[in-house]
Design a protein. Structure first.
Length: 269
């Protein structure tokens, strides 16, 4: 018989990380994420090993679980935290493998497990970790080639090492780059910011000239190296080859709105 912890696990896997929920003939609940199968105690194995003995829960069954959990109130928070800790341990195992491959020492996460501040040869670097699940427009090979090419052109931070590895049946791309701490969002000198935004536009058009179109253009996706006075683009997981619905505006956090490329050319500030 399932406990509240089992139902919370199912709710967490489905609603928080986008996993799929399955049940076996005995009624035990499982979560599928990145081609792997989990229960509330942790990782079990590859999904394909257990697939024949499981069936996927319907939307109606998931709704029933959510309604049940909503009645638990305070107890729900404790269960959620316990499950989150167990799932994070599984992610940590994946990260440890990649840290060893890049000869890096973990310092802290900057954006989930995908962007990590690390130490490599006693210098701070960024270790990007991209799994094949989140790359929906291209193959993971294309994303890797993009980072390497743009690095050679000086349009993204210098790539020191890169490669791919399979963990739990999922392919992970890892890229070790220079650490540039500032984004355009952090720049407060408005005259300088006008200039940097124009340079960011030049990078956008250079990338488009290669046949790639970024769908997520905002001030946190551009870095500013204030020591060498360089602007870099980052985060290419949502790049597309389709230029039908491309974005010709730029989100600025301090203005809390999107501005057109024309506004940038004519100075936003």
């Amino acid at each position: 018989m399932n406990t509240p912890e089992d139902y919370q696990f199912a709710d967490y896997m489905s609603m928080t990380i986008g996993g799929e929920i399955y049940m076996d003939i005995k009624g035990n609940l499982y979560g599928k994420y990145q081609n792997n199968i989990f229960n509330r105690k942790g990782h079990i194995g590859l999904f394909k090993t257990y697939e024949s003995s499981l069936y996927k829960l319907t939307d109606e069954q998931m709704k029933s679980i959510e309604e049940y959990l909503n009645s638990l109130d305070v107890y729900k928070t404790k269960i959620f935290n316990d499950i989150l800790k167990k799932f994070e341990k599984t992610i940590e195992k994946q990260l440890d493998i990649i840290f060893k491959l890049t000869n890096s020492v973990f310092v802290k996460q900057l954006s989930g497990y995908k962007v990590n501040l690390v130490k490599h040869n006693n210098e701070y670097k960024i270790l990007l970790i991209i799994d094949e699940i989140i790359v929906y427009n291209f193959s993971i090979d294309t994303i890797e080639n993009m980072y390497v090419t743009l690095s050679k052109l000086g349009l993204t931070p210098y790539v020191h090492t890169h490669g791919q590895t399979e963990i739990y049946g999922v392919t992970f791309l890892y890229i070790l780059t220079d650490y540039v701490p500032l984004t355009l969002k952090d720049v407060t000198d408005l005259e300088l910011k006008n200039d940097l935004l124009k340079r960011a536009l030049c990078i956008i058009y250079a990338i488009r000239g290669m046949g790639y179109y970024n769908q997520d253009i905002h001030d946190e996706n551009f870095l500013y190296d204030n020591i060498n006075d360089k602007v870099y683009a980052i985060d290419f997981t949502d790049i597309t080859l389709n230029n039908t619905h491309i974005s010709n505006d730029f989100y600025l956090t301090d203005l809390n709105r999107r501005v057109s490329f024309e506004e940038i050319i004519n100075n936003v500030y």
